[in-house]
Ligand binder design. Structure first.
Ligand SMILES: Nc1ncnc2c1ncn2[C@@H]1O[C@H](COP(=O)(O)OP(=O)(O)OP(=O)(O)O)[C@@H](O)[C@H]1O
Length: 359
């Protein structure tokens, strides 16, 4: 079960390399039993942060705490955690059983204890029938399960995962997302999971840490991050297609908030609808997706996409559109930061803990 005490705390961590700054003053905490996801584009510093937590690398400055203990200088062996990598890192010459048991063998665990734990974990991961095979005789999904089983059998409370599903095809990845989340909840593991895939983050996370250029952009539940992005960066990174960012002039005639400073207004594709009144747009494209359509359009200087049910009529070449005032996000045009004073309260968020939001 998830609790709110910070299990792992990253305190103002910086990691500079010769030619780049991978992490630039990152402070974030991870709760016990929670599935936390580090999400961001390539090069934003996710893997560097995970490696620092693992002890595979040292920060240039800052402190890493686990259960109130400063572990910054401890080697990986001194930290009570397991890791699962994108590459699986299985030994090709060892059997599935030997691969799963590798860490326990190195630690000279008693034979009887090893076989008992192997039986339990193999059963749990659906690997009982494959224990004598070599990794090459398994599918990609089965190999990934072996890598997970090796982490699970260590019975360590913290599991760090770096893009563990990215080598799998789309269907298997979707299945493994569900499996992984169920496993994490069953074992009450504290998982820190690195991905650049927003679907993985949205579907599995209790908490998402959105990173951009070595900094934390926003921390929140998937719902908080989707409905109230802290910046134009997160607004544009999350959502397929992402939030459209309008010059307010192009929305004149609609329910726009009165904001004095230069600003932009963000609307999600599903929050925009055809209307008899409101601003005018020019239709530029239609993409049929089965259940719904993506309508590309241009309003003044702003290109945007709206999502309509496939059963809805197609818009005319020139059409009017509207949106619910409460669905709009307002951002400072200069800094790109959200202006929360223009948020309408939304019931589903009002009950949630928002203390982690950086905005
Ligand atoms: N060992 C290193 N030496 C020099 N620069 C490095 C090293 N490791 C990472 N970097 C740089 O630090 C920045 C962050 O890299 P990092 O691998 O943490 O990003 P990431 O978000 O995990 O990206 P990806 O999703 O592509 O793995 C990048 O600019 C990268 O080039």
């Amino acid at each position: 079960m998830q609790t709110s005490d910070p299990f792992i705390q990253i305190d103002n961590v910086r990691r500079a390399f010769e030619n780049s700054i991978a992490l630039d003053g990152v402070s974030v905490s991870f709760e016990r039993g929670a599935f936390s996801v580090l999400l961001g584009p390539s090069g934003c510093g996710k893997s560097t942060l995970l490696r620092l937590i693992a002890g595979l690398d040292q920060p240039t400055a800052g402190v890493i705490w686990v259960e109130g203990k400063d572990v910054t200088a401890l080697p990986p062996s001194g930290r009570d955690l397991s890791m699962v990598f994108q590459s699986y890192a299985l030994f090709p010459h060892l059997s599935v059983a030997q691969n799963i048991l590798f860490g326990l063998t190195v630690r000279r665990t008693a034979k009887a204890d090893m076989s008992r734990r192997l039986a339990v974990v193999a059963q749990m991961m659906g690997l009982s029938a494959f224990l004598d095979r070599k990794p090459a005789q398994l599918s990609g999904g089965q190999q990934q399960r072996v890598a997970l089983a090796r982490a699970v059998i260590s019975e360590r409370p913290i599991c760090l995962m770096d893009e563990p599903l990215s080598n799998l095809d789309a269907k298997l990845r979707a299945e493994m997302r569900v499996e992984l989340r169920a496993l994490q909840q069953k074992l009450r593991l504290t998982v820190i999971y690195v991905t650049h895939d927003q679907v993985e983050a949205m579907t599995m996370a209790d908490k998402i840490i959105v990173m951009n250029a070595g900094r934390v952009d926003q921390v929140g539940t998937p719902e908080q991050i989707y409905t109230r992005p802290a910046s134009t960066f997160t607004a544009g990174f999350i959502g397929t297609p992402p939030m459209a960012l309008f010059d307010p002039v192009d929305l004149a005639g609609g329910p726009v908030p009165q904001v004095r400073q230069p600003h932009v207004i963000g609307l999600r594709p599903e929050d925009i609808h055809l209307s008899h009144s409101g601003p005018t747009a020019r239709l530029t494209g239609v993409e049929y997706l089965g259940a719904d359509r993506l309508i590309s359009a241009q309003a003044g200087q702003t290109a945007f996409i709206m999502r309509t049910p496939a059963s809805a009529p197609l818009p005319a070449p020139k059409f009017r559109f509207g949106w619910l005032a409460a669905s709009a996000s307002v951002f400072d045009a200069t800094t790109g930061k959200r202006l929360p004073q223009y948020d309408f309260p939304t019931p589903s968020l009002a009950q949630k803990d928002t203390t982690h939001e950086t905005a």
